[in-house]
Design a binder for this molecule. Structure first.
Ligand code: C2E
Ligand code: SIN
Ligand code: SIN
Ligand code: FE
Ligand code: FE
Length: 378
């Protein structure tokens, strides 16, 4: 059992300042994990508790989950388990200062963590329509009497009611972001299905791009944009006739000209949008067959005239084309692919990106194994 250093309960003025401070930080935040953490800190400080956990209700899986468990990634509990579960069922706040004599308390948690719970307040967090979206639970009052009071509970209700609205907005935004990503993905997949790809191709290109961006140290937002947009690089192939797209042999010169127009066609399809993802996708569509030495198409751009997104996607695309069987060619051996990338350093590809890729070649190879076409059932 850990000693809890006692502190004073905040005064009314201090309390308002705590709430105001956190809320202004919460209002700026767009990331669900960070918001959960901020609300947990707010809850802890408002009632001078030792710990605070914010649980979110997942209706579909019928669970409560949180990421605010210091050091733990994500924990899930059945929706009806423990004190948080009781509150998630009833929607009524609970204050318990003697949990070990309360049958609703789940002693197993303490047993596992070695923590000793001697007081709990748990209450619902609701959205603007009054629908319950989560539960905030504080543990162990740090005041000298080590007891939570009704005043504590009122203060926590106040904090939770403000935080709930912001949480709702960010959860909705996250839902829309995910929906958007899925729509884009489905669009790319639909297009690839015509080329008799098995579907994992777009996932691999997205993953190669993301991993390369990661090794490059690209900031997370840009890396996410790249990951979402890169699967659309060949969207222009939707306008290429089957007789060319599906030809199981080398293309004639005329066919090649038509085939190569998938770059400009893709750009034409996407360029009208002002959306960040589609702008990036348009850029990738028109740049992904340019080469570092200027010998690519459609414009023969060279080196940094080619966008970074385009240079990265080009490598992901070729890697994937070589490592997998296409209608017009068999998959290559690992060593042969490695050799091609070494040889194309500074010719087809950006030399500094090649250096990074070669250094981590196995990471890329493993993506291909993990998301390989061979692993697809049916
Ligand atoms: P893709 O299948 O996605 O291939 C993307 C890129 O990977 C190719 O761009 C090329 O740079 C590289 N690549 C693919 N296979 C090989 C290979 O066997 N050897 C080498 N050295 N590189 C390879 P590229 O050449 O501009 O082709 C663009 C797209 O045109 C291809 O996309 C594919 O859809 C189509 N295509 C290219 N060649 C043929 C072909 O001989 N027959 C058919 N049916 N389609 C082809
Ligand atoms: C419970 O809600 O029953 C467990 C409380 C805890 O996290 O210790
Ligand atoms: C194909 O080459 O058959 C289409 C796959 C791709 O987008 O590279
Ligand atoms: Fe292409
Ligand atoms: Fe491609």
């Amino acid at each position: 059992m850990k000693d809890v250093i006692s502190v004073v309960r905040p005064s009314a003025v201090k309390l308002l300042r705590i709430i105001f401070d956190y809320l202004s930080r919460i209002a700026k935040e767009r990331n669900v994990d960070t918001i959960l953490e901020l609300i947990a800190d707010l809850g802890r400080d408002v009632v001078a508790a030792d710990r605070c956990t914010v649980w979110l209700i997942d209706e579909r899986k019928n669970i409560l989950w949180t990421r605010v468990a210091h050091g733990v990634d994500r924990i899930e509990i059945p929706r009806n388990k423990g004190i948080a579960g009781v509150v998630a069922e009833s929607g009524e706040p609970l204050i318990i200062n003697d949990p070990y004599s309360d049958p609703r308390f789940d002693k197993e948690v303490d047993k596992k963590t070695g923590y000793r719970t001697y007081g709990i307040i748990a209450l619902p967090i609701s959205d603007s329509k009054g629908k319950m979206i989560g539960v905030v639970q504080v543990l162990n009052s740090r005041t000298p009497l080590k007891k939570f009071t009704n005043k504590d509970q009122q203060h926590l209700v106040l904090a939770a009611s403000y935080a709930g609205n912001q949480l709702e907005a960010v959860l909705l935004q996250e839902e829309m972001d995910n929906t958007q990503r899925e729509i884009i993905f489905t669009l790319a997949e639909t297009c690839e299905m015509r080329s008799k790809e098995t579907g994992n191709h777009v996932k691999r290109v997205a993953e190669f791009s993301r991993v390369l961006a990661g090794f490059l140290g690209m900031n997370q937002n840009d890396a996410l944009v790249l990951k979402t947009a890169s699967p659309l690089h060949d969207i222009g192939k939707i306008a290429i006739p089957d007789s060319i797209l599906l030809k199981n042999g080398p293309l004639t010169d005329e066919e090649k000209i038509i085939m190569n127009s998938h770059t400009t066609l893709g750009w034409e399809m996407l360029k009208h949008s002002d959306r960040i993802i589609f702008k990036a996708a348009a850029d990738i569509a028109i740049h992904h067959h340019e080469k570092w030495d200027g010998s690519g198409y459609p414009a023969g751009l060279r080196s940094e005239e080619i966008s970074l997104y385009g240079r990265i996607t080009a490598m992901a695309d070729v890697f994937d084309a070589l490592a997998n069987t296409r209608v017009y060619k068999k998959a290559w051996e690992k060593e042969r692919i490695l050799k091609l990338f070494q040889e194309e350093r500074g010719k087809h590809f950006d030399p500094s990106l090649i250096d990074i890729m070669l250094e981590h070649f196995d990471s890329f190879w493993n993506i291909n194994i993990r998301l390989g076409d061979k692993n697809i059932v049916g």
